[in-house]
Design a protein around this ligand. Structure first.
Ligand code: OOB
Length: 544
């Protein structure tokens, strides 16, 4: 087992195996079986290629050999930052077969994040693309290698240009006869946590636990070999990856279609052309699609299920799905740490419209507790704690944080405030973690506060959410200046220049003389949020 990854106590592991959740299968074997069973069927479609199961399997093998020649070994960490292109899966399966551990960055991450992932995980390689959405990732890779003390090999999917990087395509080599791969209990990859702390946390997922999560999701979501799944969200995120997402569909022998952009034009064209049956969106994206679908000439009738998750879906949006798309809405409330809840496809309409569903597994243990960890009555609101066969027992190399975020019994404190209906469905009511959920993209307040505090004119900073009609929430940075306040724009530029993903840059900066305090003298974020409600929100409405 990769060091620094807390795992399940043996009695739990034994039970999860006995119960048939952990079946001893690895990702490498999953694809091999796919090639045997579905050979010439198309597994992947992106904006340039259509790839069969057999071809994907063979290309993954060739890449495994090439990566090994380059020196990538079992348990080495490899930062993977790729857009929605087929290479993502070739890279994943090649690394999985080697037993090397992808660290999944998002395409929007910049020097601060990618540099941190490379350094913290001591990555052997960094695999990225040439350009995406007008951004040159090779320039970013050059900055990363200049910054990180032990720079990783850089591998570019596409054209490496003038840089001394490897082209992914050139790495393909003659496969060597099967060597022992990883075991199913090994860490398959490190996923990013939405987080609430100064630095992002990495989530270790095993082959056993992850394969269970999407296999069981397939049953709940009706995924089979006839499913055509459209990946429109960034595919390295847990939701489109495993709920049941691209991996679930590949496991079932279905077809994964990748959208490079999530605009209605591109997405609707793909739905029509590929006869897409299932796709997933965060609420703001669903809203854009719903508005556009009312006008479109495209035939969207193949779509059977539209999943919405990542942030709370308002009942208003939920109500529009069936009349607009003729598809069933499925609410998905999940987290990269594990637990995923779904409304079921045959649930009564009321449940689908007003709840975030229930867990995948009969052995997902869910507790709703008060501030002292005492269970509250059904229907009462409390903190959601969970443990189960695919929920981690701790973050990668984060002992101190783990002691705070996991109970001694191994329950993960999700930071979500929920209530459970008498039928056992979960309704997300709020959040106790210091995070902004910006339309599904998570921003850890402390991380941004630290960047602001690095500015010479900032004495103190507190980042909180402010309500937003479109994204649900945006971020507002309250700043106590040191002497004469800088301009808000200047602070925003400052944060951006530090090389941060765009979605983390504060949407608004407000200067104040001092922060409201709680009883014990901490900054009262509740009061800051209330101040926004009182002053900024009416003002924002006036501006329109
Ligand atoms: C998904 O995963 P993460 O890791 O980006 O974020 C998890 C957090 C949850 O703890 C919760 O605060 C929020 O995102 N969240 C929702 C939600 N789905 C996620 N809040 C309200 N309603 C929902 N439906 O976001 C994720 C992972 C797998 C599947 C779906 C979403």
């Amino acid at each position: 087992m990769l060091s620094g990854c807390p795992t399940w106590p043996e009695e739990f592991a034994r039970y999860y195996r006995q119960a048939g959740y952990w079946r001893g299968e690895t990702f490498g074997e999953l694809l091999r079986r796919g090639a045997e069973e579905h050979g010439e069927r198309i597994a992947l479609v992106d904006d340039r290629r259509r790839i069969s199961y057999r071809e994907l399997d063979a290309r993954a093998d060739r890449l495994t050999a090439g990566l090994r020649e380059l020196g990538v070994e079992y348990q080495d960490r490899v930062v993977v930052q790729l857009p929605n292109i087929a290479e993502f899966f070739e890279v994943c399966f090649a690394l999985f077969r080697l037993g090397a551990v992808p660290v999944f960055a998002l395409p929007s991450h910049r020097l601060t994040e990618v540099g941190y992932f490379c350094e913290f995980s001591a990555a052997t390689a960094y695999i990225t693309t040439d350009t995406e959405a007008g951004f040159d990732h090779r320039e970013l890779a050059a900055e990363v290698t200049a910054k990180v003390p032990e720079p990783p090999h850089v591998i570019i999917a596409g054209d490496p240009g003038e840089h001394p990087f490897h082209a992914l395509e050139d790495l393909h080599a003659e496969p060597v006869a099967d060597r022992a791969g990883p075991s199913s209990g090994d860490i398959a990859f490190l996923q990013l946590s939405g987080g609430s702390t100064g630095v992002p946390k990495l989530i270790p997922r095993t082959h056993d636990d992850y394969l269970y999560s999407f296999r069981a999701s397939n049953d709940i979501c009706g995924v089979d070999a006839d499913t055509v799944y459209l990946g429109a969200l960034p595919i390295a995120h847990n939701f489109p990856m495993s709920s049941p997402g691209t991996f679930g569909v590949l496991h079932a022998g279905g077809r994964v279609v990748l959208a490079r952009r999530s605009s209605p034009d591109e997405v609707f064209e793909l739905i029509e052309r590929e006869r897409v049956t299932l796709t997933a969106a965060v609420p703001p994206l669903a809203l854009v699609w719903l508005d556009a679908a009312e006008e479109t000439e495209r035939d969207l009738s193949s779509l059977r299920v539209l999943q919405i998750g990542g942030a709370k879906c308002s009942e208003e949006v939920a109500r529009r799905v069936r009349p607009t798309f003729g598809a069933t809405l499925q609410q998905v409330f999940g987290m990269a740490e594990g637990l995923v809840n779904y409304t079921r496809l045959d649930d009564p309409e009321e449940v689908v419209l007003t709840t975030q569903g229930r867990p995948i597994s009969p052995d997902d243990e869910v507790l709703v507790v008060d501030d002292e960890d005492r269970p509250v009555a059904t229907g009462e609101t409390g903190h959601l704690l969970t443990r189960g066969p695919y929920t981690i027992r701790g973050y990668y190399r984060a002992e101190e944080h783990n002691a705070a975020v996991f109970t001694p019994q191994g329950f993960y404190r999700t930071g979500d405030v929920v209530r459970r209906t008498p039928q056992g469905n979960i309704v997300v009511e709020g959040r106790a973690k210091d995070q902004i959920n910006r339309g599904g993209e998570k921003v850890a307040a402390e991380e941004i506060e630290n960047h602001l505090l690095a500015h010479q004119d900032v004495h103190d900073a507190a980042v909180v959410s402010m309500p937003d009609e479109y994204l649900g929430e945006r971020s507002c940075a309250f700043v106590v200046p040191r002497g004469h306040p800088p301009r808000g724009r200047e602070l925003i530029r400052f944060v951006r220049r530090r090389g941060l993903a765009g979605y983390k840059v504060p949407d608004r900066v407000e200067f104040v003389e001092r922060f409201p305090r709680t009883g014990v003298g901490k900054t009262s974020k509740a009061d800051l949020r209330a101040a926004i409600e009182r002053e900024l929100v009416p003002h924002l409405h006036e501006e329109k």
